[in-house]
Design a protein around this ligand. Structure first.
Ligand SMILES: NC(=O)c1ccc[n+]([C@@H]2O[C@H](COP(=O)([O-])OP(=O)(O)OC[C@H]3O[C@@H](n4cnc5c(N)ncnc54)[C@H](OP(=O)(O)O)[C@@H]3O)[C@@H](O)[C@H]2O)c1
Length: 430
């Protein structure tokens, strides 16, 4: 690499646009830290005529990002388009094949094609860096790859999606419904205006959990089916009841080695208000790592947004400019193993079950008898009648039971005239 590093930014949306300005304003600082100058020699976005926050010289703008590789000499490309397939994959693939270093915040791409792309990077002796793909500004990947390098990690979990954490916190603070708070999140730029589905349904956190697992346990990115639930069905009522029980609802991503098998999941959890994770609120993310001999390490910070994301993108840039040639997942693709998936049927938790029922005698015993038949013991029951509407809410906190047992037990409540809707189930998490 020469002393003038030639950079391309592909994608000038929320992230690419902020990154462009950061790179220009921090040129001198980057030179101070690395002894090298940078120059942005190409940018690309879909719409040539879109009004941008900065002036772009015509000779560096490309509507088709793949033409950059034909017309310009590039050392490092930032892929900031998004999504796992299509042009973003093509850009990264082409760059790596042309021995150009790649930096990307694109978790969907890395979670789906990370193994293949890492192999390509290693074969061509270039870097593929993706610190910004997990937990925004928190340097979690580098902590696992470098700071905690010699530890045997057995569990990584936490709040990995700022949008959902903001929504849950705001529902609790304002007593407003999911729909109202989602609109507020969209107007504040915390949730995508068009299609926030991938944040809300757990997919975004799940992609991050898969990347974290691969780094923590040196395994290939798993492809097995797992429990993935989002927050779309969390009702204000559940948040209020959790509050009374000194609990709080959080969307957690969990990756764990159980009996030498890999367990990955994303789902809403009820956690104690006195716990660390129970107090990570708003758009904050937090990742907790358990390892030997280090014990438990916690990293917390802003998990999204252009500022925190750019902080991670620039840390990748400076790492490359300082001459570090890293294996994308810390160890060579030849040495990364595949870990057998843990059967999620045997995942066990205490459960919060909320039943909406007709206020008739015999309904409570119908529920408790069914639970008893499946040996699900009850820790607590709260029954709240709604006399006016002749209905009642029954909340049951159970002792631990497995997924499969709970599923089988609850199945009959789908078709019972006294049960008004299928019970809401939220797992308690210690
Ligand atoms: N936003 C965040 O807070 C955040 C945080 C962490 C990671 N990320 C990741 O960062 C990446 C970018 O996110 P973003 O929020 O910046 O997305 P965005 O605002 O939707 O921007 C996407 C950009 O890609 C451009 N683009 C789309 N198709 C293209 C094509 N065929 N050729 C060239 N350019 C094309 C768009 O062009 P136009 O401008 O012309 O439409 C736009 O500039 C994603 O992988 C995302 O997951 C985002």
């Amino acid at each position: 690499m020469t002393n003038k590093i030639k950079i391309a930014i592909v994608g000038l949306g929320q992230i690419g646009n902020y990154l462009y300005r950061e790179l220009n304003s921090k040129k001198n600082y980057i030179e101070l830290k690395t002894g090298k100058k940078i120059e942005i020699v190409a940018v690309s976005a879909k719409n040539k005529n879109k009004k941008r926050k900065f002036k772009i010289k015509k000779n560096i703008f490309f509507s088709n990002p793949l033409n950059i590789f034909k017309e310009k000499k590039i050392d490092i490309v930032f892929e900031c388009i998004g999504l796992s397939n299509g042009v973003s994959k093509k850009v990264v693939e082409t760059a790596l094949k042309n021995r150009i270093n790649v930096i990307t915040p694109n978790k969907a791409l890395i979670a789906k094609h990370g193994d293949y792309l890492a192999k390509l990077a290693e074969k061509n002796n270039v870097n593929l860096e993706f610190e910004a793909s997990v937990a925004g500004g928190i340097p979690i990947l580098r902590s696992i790859k470098e700071g905690l390098l010699t530890n045997k990690i057995t569990k990584v979990y936490g709040i990995l999606n700022g949008t959902t954490n903001y929504i849950l916190s705001e529902m609790e603070n304002t007593n407003e419904t999911f729909e109202k708070v989602l609109k507020k999140a969209q107007s504040l730029g915390y949730a995508e205006p068009g299609n926030p589905k991938l944040d809300l349904n757990g997919f975004d956190a799940f992609a991050k959990i898969r990347i974290l697992s691969a780094l923590a346990y040196n395994n290939q990115i798993s492809k097995s089916r797992c429990i993935m639930e989002g927050i779309e069905n969390i009702h204000l009522k559940d948040i209020k009841i959790a509050n009374q029980l000194n609990l709080r609802i959080k969307l957690l991503g969990i990756s764990e080695i159980i009996n030498n098998q890999l367990f990955e999941t994303v789902h809403p959890c009820m956690v104690s208000k006195n716990s660390y994770i129970g107090n990570v609120n708003g758009v904050m993310n937090a990742v907790i790592i358990q390892g030997k001999p280090v014990g438990e390490s916690i990293l917390q910070g802003e998990g999204a947004g252009p500022g925190p994301t750019s902080s991670s993108l620039l840390s990748d840039l400076l790492s490359i400019m300082r001459g570090n040639l890293n294996k994308p997942f810390g160890v060579s693709f030849l040495k990364r193993k595949s870990i057998k998936p843990y059967n999620s049927d045997y995942y066990s938790n205490s459960l919060y079950l909320r039943f909406e029922v007709k206020d008739r005698s015999g309904v409570l015993s119908l529920i408790t008898n069914r639970l008893a038949n499946y040996k699900i013991s009850i820790k607590r029951i709260i029954q709240t009648p709604d006399k006016k509407n002749k209905r009642a809410t029954i909340v049951i906190i159970t002792h631990k039971t497995t997924e499969i047992n709970a599923r089988n037990c609850l199945s009959i409540f789908r078709k019972n005239k006294n049960i008004l809707k299928f019970p809401t189930l939220i797992r308690l998490y210690n």
